[in-house]
Ligand binder design. Sequence first.
Ligand SMILES: *Cc1c(COP(=O)(O)O)cnc(C)c1O
Length: 320
Amino acid sequence: MKNPADFSRVPLGVLPTPLYKLERLSRETGRNLYMKRDDMTGVALGGNKVRKLEFLLADAQEKQADVILTAGGPQSNHAMLTAACAARLNMKAILVLKKRGVLEGGNLILDGLYGAEVRFVDTDSYEDVYAEMERIMQNLRAEGHTPYFIPVGGSVPLGCLGYVNCVREIAAQAEALGVKFGHIVSSVGSGGTYAGLTLGAKLYLPGVRSVGIGVCDAPFEKIALELMQETSALLESDVSVGPEDIDIHFHIGPGYAQPSPEGSAAVQRLARTEGILADPVYTGKGLAGFFQLLEDGYFPEGEDILFIHTGGAGALFAVN
Ligand SMILES: *Cc1c(COP(=O)(O)O)cnc(C)c1O
């Protein structure tokens, strides 16, 4: 089997990110809660996409790409981080975004700051967005450019390697702290982070269960399983992955990228107990789902539990 370190990776992040116990929140809940601070990956406002982009943009460089195209909602953290990382590698970024939701402020300010070209498509469907991207890429090729395409969230096997690798980091940090995690919990938006963490746990933290909190309405059980299988194949690993490895719950609220009362309460709670910023779109809802599971007694008493903070603070500044 290969190891994520055998793949080309551009070092964009400041890694490892911190991992520590949330002392106040642990006392308040009577549990042993830890956080992996991937909101501190060291580019822009931090976030999980940096780990994926390290592998994806290495591939783009190997393919001599000069323009990176990616897609998302108007406030996409992934698109903003792609713009930041592309700027750093002297590549042009074109962000093709759905014209839905908050169309100014927040991450759109940062997209401009990083010099990305933003194009809106007035649609509800990524099929339309991808069709527009295909047209843009054809034009770019005709002009002699080499475009590189990254789908929504960077959730392809190469991107998932970032989170397989993250579990190796977690394993080393857990050992240094002398903790043994029973569960790791993360938000699920396009599935790549969860797939990488879940496969990574099977490989490097056997026995640890990976729990996902879905923040939009998509068949993540299927999406995550396929991504895990493809990423496992990329690693030439013979570990078997199946539906029994997947454990996904949902906290969508009124809709994707629309704040929920529980999500907003969780953002406030994390800020006021630990001083840490979560966001209303992903990590706030992820925490809301996590707090609900804690309340329901989903995790055994006394267990060490790790929440993966995936970033997203830019959304705090994108309000209608
Ligand atoms: C993209 C994103 C997620 C979800 O990660 P996926 O790999 O797309 O499932 C979670 N949190 C934040 C802040 C994100 O930007």
